[in-house]
Design a protein around this ligand. Structure first.
Ligand code: BGC
Length: 732
């Protein structure tokens, strides 16, 4: 009760403060709060920015420059700006600020929400120390198309995994809610919504999502972010079924505010409002301002429709002034909650933990857990006393291994695999680059790499994608290893030496015909500042890999989109059709849901990943084979580390609803637990199953719980599962 009173009191005092400020503001100044500009990259503050702040024409700045510039900006706002309202300073702090963690897709492969939360916390602390109080993360767009460059910034293909890890990131940046705690910054759930469903994997493309998928696949991570207390939302660049996200009243008002009760503020994406003119949705900039304001978009990023037209639209009665009042309240409330008014602008905090040993240790721990071992023919971990050839364009490429969205990375602090392996193995390491970078087509240095391989007992081959090949606007139509990397691998493998292939990339790549030329594969994504030491520890066996894929790996780009939670066809796949002999008569009965030229299975399944140990997961035991709408049942398995190495296994729970009023996916992830076990150790894992796991949303977003048969699957990969069925009964 006391807590409730305190919370109420705090909320009242925030609202009171907001009302006090509001009462002194002119309409122009209110509109000013709804405007975000981008400023500078250096120490200096340009005159036009100074003027805008002094005249109250701006509420937020992104990319505000160095801490010195930020200090000046805040001084101007609270000393010379009307009403002395501090600025909210935004920046893309996506997977680390200066200490870079693995790309988000790599972090998702850890399936470790505590580590993910920690990573966001550290990123936030470092950014906070340089005056940033708002990050544009997490990106929680469900992504099922590896051609799309931004899959790197996503948490993968699954709504549940994305929800759990996205909420962990929100908590890492903010704590439990927006607060003035030292080192906490506001998070931003982006991009609302459907950006990951971009047609044909090209960035900024049109998006069509049936209502049913919108509610069950794309919206849940955003709802989870609201439940985790996220302070802000960002709209997506795309349209959804013909209505741009930045003018979508259904999403921004009906769903986000009225249904979910979100109380923070919503920012557009970079010029996503003015771009509605290109999309053929807005006549001119005035139309843009009218449409976005009426849809309840609170703050405009970079483009200037609110600045130029919002006042006029209010005067003409095209936009209700209360819409502006509400938007400004949302923004000011966040500024008050973040404690920006009380910072006195001393300015930027002076103590620094940036790139500290503890931050690096945490980045290394995350890099270790993000690596997924896809194959191991008893080659890893490396045995002692061998000559080791380190080959490939990504072995010693610090600026590439940090991946996309590392705006503030300190490249000199990045440790590459070559450096760490030399430290670990000394002169047993021989090195040849083979190719200058991942896209290099010049094969003239491959001979040197082959010679180095010949002089060695084993080859570590570091291949993949340069950082620029993934991320925003960087989509690919082919997702093979670029450049002459396949040739490099083939020629080195032809020496007969055993090869470990380490892939650093921003997306799932296809390497089906290379796979059998190498003996082990570690998928390291872009692992960040501490990628080198993490990989050296894994390769040498100091620690075991424990990562699991957060996204399905296709065999070929032609299978895309390929994801585990698909809806079953009326004519399920018949593997016999692969390689069908010429002259086979057309027999409609034999025709089925598959390709003639590639298997229906993925190269590697969602949830898959090997360790240096072996785990046995027992058959699941249910507390009851029947359940009613109001009950829960438990599902229990034991997991045993039956190998000789300490490691961790991710026990995964999937559920299938067999018959429903709208078709349900083949199976859906509904729970997971990462269990660390010493060799020989065993543990019982218990999952609770109830309405939350068994219900789904109809096309209007209404929760449905339907009786009938369900199956629970438990195992260590979406394609390696025990199953047990039960019945949901007693429903009308
Ligand atoms: C991206 C956003 C990002 C914003 C600000 C846009 O281009 O889509 O995710 O936060 O720029 O840099």
């Amino acid at each position: 009760m006391l807590m409730f009173h305190n919370a109420l009191f705090a909320q009242n005092s925030v609202d009171q403060r907001v009302e006090e400020i509001m009462s002194k503001m002119t309409l122009d100044q209110k509109i000013g709060q709804m405007i975000q500009i981008t400023s500078t990259s250096g120490d200096e503050v340009p005159d036009w920015v100074r003027d805008a702040i002094k005249e109250g024409r701006v509420g937020s700045i992104l990319n505000a420059g160095t801490p010195t510039a930020i200090e000046q900006l805040q001084h101007l706002a609270i000393k010379e700006g009307p009403n002395k309202i501090p600025l909210i300073i935004g920046r893309d702090v996506i997977h680390g600020y200066k200490t870079i963690f693995p790309i988000p897709l790599g972090q998702a492969a850890s399936w470790n929400k505590e580590l993910v939360e920690k990573g966001a916390n550290i990123a936030g602390i470092e950014a906070y120390e340089e005056g940033i109080n708002w990050t544009f993360a997490p990106m929680i767009d469900v992504s099922r198309d590896p051609r799309w460059g931004r899959i790197a910034e996503s948490l993968g293909e699954d709504p549940y995994l994305t929800s759990v890890l996205g909420a962990a990131m929100v908590k890492g940046f903010q704590g439990d809610q927006l607060s003035d705690e030292e080192g906490r910054i506001a998070a931003c759930a982006k991009h609302f919504v459907g950006y990951g469903a971009t047609e044909n994997g090209k960035d900024y493309n049109a998006v069509s999502i049936p209502d049913y998928h919108l509610w069950n696949v794309y919206l849940p991570p955003f709802k989870a972010a609201v439940d985790a207390g996220v302070g802000t939302f960002m709209t997506a660049f795309n349209d959804i079924n013909g209505v741009p996200a930045s003018a979508n009243t259904f999403l921004l008002k009906d769903v986000l505010r009225d249904d979910w009760g979100f109380e923070g503020f919503v920012v557009s994406d970079w010029e996503s409002m003015s771009q509605m003119m290109n999309q053929g949705y807005s006549e001119d900039l005035k139309d843009v301002a009218r449409q976005s304001a009426n849809a309840r978009l609170d703050m405009e990023m970079v483009s200037a429709s609110y600045q130029k037209h919002l006042k006029e639209l209010i005067e003409e009665g095209e936009v209700d002034v209360e819409i502006v009042n509400t938007a400004v309240r949302n923004i000011l409330r966040s500024k008050v909650q973040l404690g920006l008014f009380d910072k006195k602008y001393k300015g930027v905090p002076k103590k620094s933990t940036i790139l500290s040993d503890t931050h690096k240790a945490d980045a290394k721990a995350m890099a270790i857990e993000s690596v997924v071992m896809l194959k191991n023919n008893e080659l890893l971990p490396l045995k002692e006393a061998q000559k080791i050839a380190v080959i490939g364009p990504l072995a010693n490429a610090p600026a590439e291994q940090i991946g996309t969205w590392s705006l503030d990375a300190v490249i000199e602090d990045v440790i590459t695999p070559l450096t760490s392996l030399k430290e670990m193995y000394g002169d047993k390491i021989l090195y040849a680059e083979g190719l200058k970078n991942s896209r290099d087509m010049d094969t003239s240095s491959i001979k040197e790499a082959v010679d180095v391989a010949k002089q060695s007992d084993v080859v570590l081959m570091f291949v993949g994608e340069d950082a620029i090949l993934s991320g925003e606007g960087h989509s690919r139509a082919f997702i093979t290893l670029p450049g002459a990397q396949e040739t490099l691998i083939e020629e080195v493998a032809a020496t007969g030496k055993k090869v470990v292939m380490v892939v650093m990339a921003g997306r799932p790549l296809t390497f089906d015909h290379i796979e059998n030329k190498v003996d082990a594969i570690l998928y390291a994504w872009h692992p960040g500042t501490m990628g080198g030491p993490a990989l050296a520890d894994l390769i040498s066996g100091k620690v075991s890999p424990t990562g699991k894929l957060p996204v399905t790996f296709p065999r070929t780009v032609g299978q895309v989109p390929l994801y585990y939670a698909y809806l079953e066809s009326g004519r399920p796949a018949n593997p016999d059709m692969l390689g069908i002999p010429t002259g086979t008569p057309l027999d409609p009965v034999g025709l089925s849901n598959n390709y003639l030229d590639v298997s229906i299975t993925p190269a590697y399944a969602f949830g898959f990943g090997l360790t240096y140990s072996d785990f046995i997961i027992s058959k699941p035991k249910l507390s009851s084979a029947e359940i009613t709408a109001t009950e829960t049942i438990t599902l229990e398995v034991s997991v045993k580390n039956s190998g000789s190495v300490d490691a961790a296994e991710v026990v995964q729970l999937y559920i299938k609803d067999h018959v429903a009023s709208t078709m349900r996916p083949k199976k859906e992830l509904k729970g997971f637990e990462k269990v660390t076990l010493n060799a020989g150790e065993e543990k019982v894992v218990t999952f609770t199953i109830g309405a939350d796991q068994l219900s789904f949303l109809d096309r209007n977003g209404k929760t449905l719980l339907e009786s009938g048969k369900f199956t629970a699957y438990v195992g260590n990969s979406s394609d390696n599962l025990h199953e047990v069925s039960f019945t949901l009964k007693n429903l009308k």
